[in-house]
Design a protein around this ligand. Structure first.
Ligand code: SGN
Ligand code: CA
Length: 528
């Protein structure tokens, strides 16, 4: 080789090497599958990964162990149907229109499953959605009507009602697996919304868990006997006390109450078939007889009620956890675990005796927060813990982000994909909340508010006009309303400012509140 040839040869090799070095590593372009598991009213306190020691949920915990757990995931409106509307649309209630459980939901508007579908995904919705009408955006839907039944439920299968024999949580899992295994187009990525009815009121356990916890006595939370001193009128006037508003039949599952009066619960039991009913009675009759024989009163009775409530609630969760185990096993067995984003969440949190309550609705922590655990081995390091304020508003943008689809401008949430990779240091400092359904069951007054990581400011309105503020660092159980406390004057001014800014940013106003109040009252008065 002459000198020139050697020169060109070296140059050629150098260019080749440089171009190799510049080349992007080969990316796996297959869009991820999305398995979105949601339960109904599942408090974070009842997931063992959150460390409260109430129960053991090994399968749900697995998601956190192999992925991320969020300690400050919240909802924008703590009630079932509105929460689902926010999750689907990525827009606050006052924008998507579904502000309470009574207003109709407009399925014509955009939702994230529609966008995934338009971009090559197979989509399905199985279980509870609590939004009337035929769900749009899904290749397959199999949903309970309204709240649905625990035993022998009716499902609307792609629009057609059908009754199924069995326990709702197990059936929902079975239908979800059937779609994954037999009904979808396996050449496409999938998005499955697998949404359990449990642990929604009235907490009917499956036959296999009717006696779980029979040998355990639970101690109620420290503020179970809360007398609401230092709180506003809203906390005092709610109707969601375990010892006060829960009933002997529907909630405590007695056919005859301790005073010997029929409760009407036998009408509910009539839905069970003979085998189910015999198992039910064999489990509950001895417990009910023992309780009556003990002739409890006062605090002892209140603690018994808490125990009946929490045990039934946790029993229903055990079936939810089993179902999560089954679907995780399915992903493993079919080589899908690596490329599937698995999300576990609830439509909102719930009170497990804190402040003496069951139910949700308030912007206080237990119902404002919701559990959130996510696994995606390709991007999320096992054991990731996230303390930032994320909301159910963020699901739609996050899923679209993962799928490589542009997030529509009018979606109000924010993708937390980067947050989970530890690559987002500009995350929001505050979140906005609204609640509308009043007067209604449980009588939680209308309110809206703002929460930062440390403080929370709320305005209760309509038949009262009261402000509450809490210092979550000093008072995590929100027992002491510091609104008006001179020591917090600066914080209060700052929180008012943040509230004003967020209402502006998201497009909320007093006019909205009046509009939705009028629609609600019209509905109650039979005008709509
Ligand atoms: C039902 C429940 C209430 C619950 C609402 C809303 N009663 O009315 O306790 O607050 O649903 O729940 S019960 O008949 O189910 O016992 S939501 O999850 O649908 O918003
Ligand atoms: Ca709910």
């Amino acid at each position: 080789m002459n000198k020139i040839a050697i020169y060109y040869y070296i140059l050629f090799c150098a260019v080749l090497l440089a171009s190799c070095a510049d080349e992007e590593p080969v990316q796996d372009e297959t869009p991820p599958n999305i398995l979105f598991v949601m339960s109904d009213d599942h408090a974070f306190q009842a997931i063992s990964a959150y460390g409260q020691n109430l129960n053991h949920t090994p399968n749900i915990d697995r998601i956190a162990k192999e992925g991320a757990i969020f300690t400050r995931a919240t909802v924008t409106n703590s009630i079932c149907a509105p929460s689902r509307a926010v999750m689907l649309t990525g827009k606050h209630s006052f924008i998507n229109g579904k502000v309470d459980n009574v207003q109709p939901f407009d399925w014509e508007q955009d939702n994230f499953p529609k966008l995934l579908q338009a971009n090559g995904y197979q989509t399905a919705l199985v279980g509870k959605i609590h939004l009337d009408g035929l769900p749009t955006g899904f290749d397959h839907s199999m949903v309970l009507k309204g709240q649905g039944h625990y035993y022998n439920p009716d499902f609307q299968v792609n629009g057609e009602m059908q009754r199924f024999e069995g326990y709702v949580t197990d059936l929902t899992t079975e239908f979800a697996l059937d779609w994954l295994d037999n009904k979808r187009d396996k050449s496409k990525p999938f998005c499955l919304l697998y949404h359990q009815k449990a642990p929604h009121r009235n907490w009917k356990p499956s036959p296999r868990y009717l006696t779980l916890f029979d040998d355990t006595t639970f101690t109620p939370p420290a503020n179970y006997f809360d007398d609401y001193t230092n709180r506003g009128t809203a906390a005092k006037e709610q109707e969601m006390k375990i010892d006060g508003h829960a009933g002997w039949g529907h909630d405590f599952k007695m056919v005859i109450d301790p005073d010997g009066n029929p409760t009407g619960f036998d009408k509910e039991l009539a839905r069970l078939n003979d085998v189910q009913r015999a198992e039910w009675e064999a489990a509950y009759n001895p417990k009910n007889d023992a309780m009556k024989a003990a002739k409890l009163s006062g605090k002892d009775l209140a603690i018994w009620k808490y125990n009946r409530y929490i045990k039934d609630y946790l029993r229903t969760i055990q079936s939810v956890d089993d179902g999560v185990g089954d679907v995780l096993d399915y992903l493993d067995a079919n080589g899908l675990a690596e490329n599937t984003i698995v999300v576990y969440t609830s439509d909102q949190g719930f009170y497990l005796g804190e402040h003496g309550w069951f139910d949700k609705r308030f912007m206080y922590e237990e119902s404002f927060r919701t559990p959130l655990l996510i696994r995606y081995p390709k991007e999320i390091k096992p054991g990731t813990k996230i303390d930032k304020l994320v909301q159910n508003l963020d699901f739609a943008p996050t899923f679209l982000d993962y799928a490589g689809i542009e997030v529509p401008q009018d979606m109000q949430g924010k993708s937390f994909r980067k947050l989970m990779k530890g690559e987002d240091d500009t995350w929001r400092d505050a979140v906005y909340y609204t609640y509308y359904e009043y007067p209604s069951v449980h009588m939680v007054k209308r309110h809206y508010g703002v929460s930062t990581e440390r403080y929370k400011l709320m305005h209760f309105y309509y038949d009262i006009d009261e402000w509450e503020m809490y210092d979550l660092e000093k008072d995590p159980s929100e027992m002491n309303n510091i609104y008006g406390d001179p020591a917090y004057a600066d914080v209060q001014a700052m929180m008012h400012e943040r509230l004003k800014e967020l209402r502006m940013e998201y497009g909320d106003s007093d006019e909205n509140d009046e509009k939705f109040l009028k629609a609600y009252l019209d509905h109650r008065n039979g005008k709509k």
